[in-house]
Design a binder for this molecule. Structure first.
Ligand code: SME
Length: 172
């Protein structure tokens, strides 16, 4: 599929590394003009998985009604690349649930040292989870796992947070 990459990015990208600026340009070209939450999550997962080295899982969890009938909303797995994953995560549980509860990015150098980490794929050693906040409300998370410890730097965090922002922007 051909991706349009010439349109200017909608947010200042001067703080990103040149690699992430390029990836952001691809992501913007891919998502621009598309507004469907699931479709854009699917394509962005595929783009990240294809372009960043040393990843074993990239995907989205969306906040939704609890299918188990609990009163509180839970994170339900959305589009992703990688091995089959945990379907349902409660707020506050694991790295993803902590990202929602704290509304801040969780950059975990060693998942084995993270209390409550949920091991969907035992190969995962480090993880980056960005909460998706739209109009003040958390709607889900973008979750990236690596089989390497300390895979994610501050540069990666800034880059992935920017991609998450582009995703939210695409939904209109
Ligand atoms: N490790 C995550 C669960 C999701 S999987 O990594 C795909 C967590 O602790 O929340």
């Amino acid at each position: 599929m051909e991706i349009q990459t010439t349109t200017a990015l909608p947010f200042d990208a001067a703080h990103l590394s040149s690699d992430y600026r390029e990836l952001a340009q691809w992501a913007h070209g891919l998502l621009m003009g598309q507004t469907h939450r699931v479709s854009n999550a699917a394509n962005l997962s595929a783009l990240i998985f294809e372009h960043l080295p040393d990843l074993n899982w990239v995907g989205f969890y969306f906040l939704d009604d609890d299918p188990m009938g609990g009163g509180a909303p839970v994170l339900m797995v959305g589009p992703f690349q990688g091995k089959p994953a945990c379907v349902r995560i409660e707020i506050g549980q694991g790295v993803c649930g902590q990202a929602v509860a704290s509304r801040t990015t969780q950059r975990v150098a060693d998942v084995h040292a993270f209390p409550g980490h949920i091991a969907c794929d035992p190969a995962s050693r480090s993880e980056l989870v960005v909460p998706l906040i739209s109009a003040g409300a958390v709607i889900g998370v973008l979750d990236i796992d690596s089989p390497l410890p300390e895979r994610f730097s501050e540069v990666d965090q800034a880059g992935i947070e920017y991609l998450a922002k582009l995703y939210l922007h695409s939904l209109g």
